[in-house]
Design a protein around this ligand. Structure first.
Ligand SMILES: Cc1cc2nc3c(=O)[nH]c(=O)nc-3n(C[C@H](O)[C@H](O)[C@H](O)COP(=O)(O)O)c2cc1C
Length: 333
């Protein structure tokens, strides 16, 4: 499983999102942007060490550059998982120090690790000793009521001592008790200035900003202060936002395709997945936002989420949904 020789920097990346950034979504996103760095959903060390490797680790070569995000806090286990990631051809391993869900807290990893920088440092070191691919950390700016900038800087300094060079900072606190994971992505205020300051004070580290980014103008503004921008929900709900990223942020204007070309390129992919026993629904649910903003988009969404149409459907459902969408669009022109 060798991959592309020259890896682009992580100027733009799509956030790891459980249940959303699976291999089907990533393949689709890659058709829209060639350079954006992609992250898997979080996979726990337990799932990898005791579960179905193929299910958790397989991906399409087209997805590179691609990082595997791990959830765990046991250095030796993380090291074994990082080795698996390297063997399977991932370009990076990212450690989740940002997820606040109760289930994750019980496993004593995710955001609660913000309070244990020494343990995170040990985890990073164990993984770095085990593999040659990069080890990065995705974290918050604080937990619970902590609101000092020094907290995140001290965390980063300690983890950097273990050799971590890349930090992805979700620019809000995680509230460990009382807020659901969803509320934890909305309620704690965003403090982008903390992340900018971190980059100013630690210029040798690669600092990526994450949280609440919705437009290409916002991305361009952040890039004046930090090395990269990670986009989550907006890249999922409104994937055509990514169509300009290669041209705007990687200087590669050749990459942009049309929505129709993206759908056509999905057809052989869907056919191949069906042949493996998947259902069209597994892929269709991730591409509902493709025509967002286009007159007729409702046809696309409706047809690709209609249980009756999906039942037993093959890739031709995508073509039919696209044609219905474009007919409405063209009738409006
Ligand atoms: C459905 C969903 C699942 C998520 N799962 C993960 C995850 O597995 N690992 C992680 O580090 N963050 C996860 N996140 C958080 C995102 O990576 C990101 O930090 C957060 O959504 C803020 O970025 P955004 O405002 O651009 O969406 C998830 C977010 C969503 C919406």
């Amino acid at each position: 499983m060798n991959h592309a020789p020259a890896l682009p920097p992580r100027r733009l990346s799509i956030a790891p999102m459980l249940d959303w950034t699976d291999r089907h979504y990533r393949y689709f996103a890659r058709l829209i942007t060639r350079h954006t760095w992609l992250y898997t959903e979080m996979v726990t060390t337990g799932a990898l060490l005791h579960g179905d490797l193929e299910r958790h680790l397989r991906f399409d070569e087209a997805e590179h550059p691609l990082a595997l995000q791990l959830g765990g806090s046991e250095p030796a286990e993380l090291a074994r998982c990082a080795k698996l990631a390297q063997e399977w051809g991932y370009d990076e391993v990212n450690l989740n120090v940002g997820c606040p869900s109760e289930r994750v807290q019980k496993g004593a990893f995710g955001a609660c690790l913000m309070a244990e920088p020494q343990l995170v440092s040990d985890c990073v070191k164990a993984m770095r000793d085990a593999v040659a691919i990069e080890i990065t950390v995705k974290h918050r700016i604080g937990i619970d009521q902590i609101d000092s900038y020094d907290y995140v800087r001290e965390f980063v300094d300690q983890v950097a001592e273990a050799g971590c060079r890349t930090f992805i900072v979700h620019a809000r606190n995680a509230i460990l008790k009382g807020l659901s994971p969803k509320e934890n992505r909305e309620i704690p205020p965003l403090k982008y200035d903390y992340v900018y300051r971190l980059k100013r004070e630690r210029p040798d580290l690669e600092i990526l900003i994450n949280g609440g980014v919705k437009t290409n103008d916002e991305i361009a503004r952040h890039l004046q202060h930090v090395d990269g921008v990670m986009v989550g929900r907006e890249a999922y709900h409104n994937p055509w936002l990514m169509a300009e990223w290669d041209a705007l942020f990687y200087g590669d204007p050749a990459a942009a395709a049309t929505r129709e070309e993206v759908v056509r390129a999905m057809l052989p992919y869907v056919a191949a997945r069906l042949a493996e026993g998947n259902n069209v629904r597994h892929v269709a649910r991730h591409i509902l936002g493709l025509f967002q903003g286009v007159p007729g988009a409702r046809n696309w969404r409706r047809m690709l989420s209609d249980a009756k149409l999906l039942d037993g459907a093959d890739e031709r459902l995508l073509t039919a949904a696209m044609e219905a969408t474009l007919r409405t669009r063209d009738a409006r022109d």
